[in-house]
Design a protein around this ligand. Sequence first.
Ligand code: SF4
Length: 468
Amino acid sequence: MLLRHTPTEVSERRSLTINPAKTCQPIGAMYAALGIRDCLPHSHGSQGCCSYHRSTLTRHYKEPVMASTSSFTEGASVFGGQSNLLQSLETIFSVYKPRVVAVHTTCLSETIGDDIPQIIAKAKEEGKIPDGAFVIHANTPSYVGSHVTGFSTMVKSMVDYFAEPKAPTRAVVADAGAPRLNIIPGWVEPADMREIKRIATAMGIQALVFPDTSGITDAPFSGRAEMFPAGGVSVEALATMGDARATVALGPTASAAAASALELKCDVPHETMELPIGLSATDRFVDALRRRGGVQVPAALEEERGQLLDVMSDMHQYLYQKRVALFGDPDQLVALTEFLMDLDMDPVYIVTGTPTKKFEDRIRHALKDRADRAKFKQGATADMFLLHQWIKNESVDLLIGNTYGKYIARDEDVPFLRLGFPVLDRIGHVYFPTVGYRGALRLLEKMLDLFLDRQDRDAPEESFELVM
Ligand code: SF4
């Protein structure tokens, strides 16, 4: 009983977070930056921040995540980090030779008030940034927001720095072939980015997916140490995002800011929708691609949808009215809640530490007529301690969330589905998608395995069934 001190009685808390359901902004900025080809994320702060962010990403992806740091000491804390960043950029470009350095700030550099665009301009002026190379930045103090808002800020920065207004000649070329759409995938795994690209390609759409961590945080074993694995979206491709017919932004918290900025800058209309997790959300995603691209849905996708529906109806008896507690990131939680409702399950407790607009409205919408029966909360006191208290008061059949949920699952003897960030003690999340119809089928399989394993474990000998 590792969490045996969690009391059942829930008391009002206003300024205390216990076991937060979120992490640092810069981790998200670092993950987004890894989705640009030949990009080195750079942490403008002390070494400890960078080590923590790198190690969390490395443990989740089981890949060596590269990033550099301004390495603040007492001097930088007092006088500011300009000289550290200038020195860093000079060293990075001469030693590691990236195409892009994506600088994100940390609590300390934000508290000092370092002006990153001014420092980047000075580095350029002093010849520390080679021709054809770029330095972009995102402000990510961790005393506000979460890893998801840090991700969102860095993705918006890709638009701010790289998007170029529609060039007439480029537009003609872009219009010539398959319809071009931008897809901002949100904070999802590289496997999900691959799946999103597969669906778009199957529909005959030329999709620019950014950021794109496939090939980077799921790089194959090659026998060689590679500073910049061959994956990610290139600077040249990012420069053409203004030529697309439209942008489909997946996950309002992670992707809406970039899509709006692109519409403002390059007049590319955008549509923001929930992550395509589960049946209904995938239907809407596929329909958006169909409408925006002016294409037809291929039979192969309809077949995948049909297979998902088949399993949903075949296994309905094992899912019906199962009580579920969820924690994690808002975009995943909203889509997952809707999927659980599609499965006739009962999402009863939902918490996210990420502060985000309209979360409660979105959850209410996903919960439909069950909204008044469920407990859901966001923000600083929407933590795993509160979730555990709710579960102690009335238990659930399933807990869904990142690895940190294993303590609650063990203490309360609840089946546990690992999903979200970070997953530190299992593999699979990197390689198998949870988006699209195939992803939904995988989620369904994982949930069913948990329920049926539990049923096998608990069944008395006389009703231990071979066929279920
Ligand atoms: S909370 Fe702030 S100081 Fe701590 S690791 Fe995150 S960015 Fe660094």
